[in-house]
Ligand binder design. Structure first.
Ligand code: PLP
Length: 364
């Protein structure tokens, strides 16, 4: 069966040129710390990739980029850097931010509204009481695609003398990025979400602020992240960044997403599309219907050749109900019936019609 992939927010399909750039390097002895010519070549490849990624993010020399192993590691690095400060995080963050609140007693949670947008009045009150703190709010939510008003948030955070980090992992290749204009101090990005390989990511920081290393060793990445760099992965990351500057595919992706949502509403006007009336990523749709559970629907789609998700599969592959939708105030029934569709460049109109036909089966 020809399978149809509609789970790009979980991980994207690797770009062909990224794959080729990685394969070319895999068997070479590339350690950027070596003095010999392989080492020098490796160093230059890493620096080219760093420059390309910073360009994608729209930042100047005022920012540093540290390569790490995953978005999860980058998020851990920033939270651990502010261990001695108060930290405010939104209640819809990815677990690599959110779970820290269970282990650390310096973290407060910021409520979101029914659309998943953080409450700015609560943020303001918190900032007044907690100067010189860290606020971490993601740019786009991985489950709903809802985009936060980050520029406004950063303005407020700076007005009250605090620092702003954003997990922008879901944004590259889907929306335009301008980290400097958004006035972010720190940001997290991960290659596999936009055509790069799994296992390579980065933390970006305004150069005037330092990061406290959590992995100690040979002092690679200016001492912020020891461990020999994953040169092939980094080169692929750089290639994916160049590709991600072209956002033209998103016009088509958005049309497909709109078609999917319109057809679904026609089929069943009682469905809920989360965050439908606010700014969202063009490829993401989180949908709930009470007729069957999200687990049953994901399995039904899988058996019919389409890969979707319930939005928050945990590491064991089991299905956990969405903390994002619960934070948005939805009932257990609505949360229990929610699935996520995240489209990408390989999807076609026929895929959407097949999707609708399978959804129709769930009422039989
Ligand atoms: N942040 C967000 C918003 C994500 O969607 C993910 C991946 O699911 C991560 C962080 C973690 O990234 P990685 O898979 O590279 O650890």
């Amino acid at each position: 069966m020809n399978r149809i992939y509609m789970d790009y927010n979980a991980t994207s399909i690797m770009n062909e040129n990224v794959k080729n750039s990685i394969l070319e390097l895999l068997s070479l002895p590339l350690n950027p710390s070596s003095i010999h010519s392989f080492g020098r070549d490796a160093r230059s490849m890493v620096e080219t990739a760093r420059k390309n990624i910073l360009e994608l993010l729209g930042v100047s020399r005022n920012y540093n980029l540290t390569f790490v192993s995953s978005g999860t590691e980058a998020n851990n690095l920033i939270i651990n850097s502010f261990k001695e400060s108060r930290i405010l995080i939104s209640s819809t963050e990815h677990p690599s931010i959110l779970e820290h609140s269970k282990f650390m007693n310096n973290i407060d949670l910021l409520e979101v509204d029914n659309n998943g947008i953080i409450k700015l009045d609560l943020l303001t009150n918190w900032l007044k009481q907690n100067p010189s703190s860290l606020v971490s709010v993601m740019l786009a939510n991985n489950e709903t695609g809802v985009i936060q008003p980050l520029s406004e948030i950063a303005n407020l955070v700076h007005k009250y003398g605090s620092f702003i980090h954003s997990d922008i992992v879901q944004a590259p290749s889907k929306i335009k990025l301008d980290i400097e204009n958004l006035d972010l101090d720190f940001a997290t990005i991960s290659a596999h979400k936009f055509g790069g390989a799994v296992g390579i990511a980065a933390l970006i920081n305004r150069s005037i602020y330092s990061i406290k290393p959590q992995i100690i060793g040979g002092g690679q990445e200016k001492g912020v992240r020891s461990g020999t760099q994953n040169v092939a992965g980094i080169v692929g990351f750089g290639v994916a960044a160049l590709d991600a500057m072209d956002l033209s595919i998103n016009t088509e992706v958005l049309e497909l997403r709109n078609l999917l949502e319109e057809e679904l509403i026609r089929l069943d006007p009682s469905i809920i599309i989360f965050g439908k009336n606010v700014d969202r990523l063009p490829n993401t749709s989180m949908i709930s219907s009470r007729n069957i559970s999200s687990k049953e629907r994901v399995i039904l789609f899988d058996m019919n050749g389409i890969e979707i998700s319930n939005g928050s599969a945990c590491s064991s592959g089991s299905v956990k109900s969405s903390h994002v939708l619960r934070a948005m105030g939805f009932s257990n029934e609505d949360v229990g019936g929610a699935i996520r569709v995240s489209l990408g460049r390989n999807n076609k109109k026929e895929d959407i019609y097949k999707f609708i036909n399978i959804w129709r089966k769930s009422y039989e």
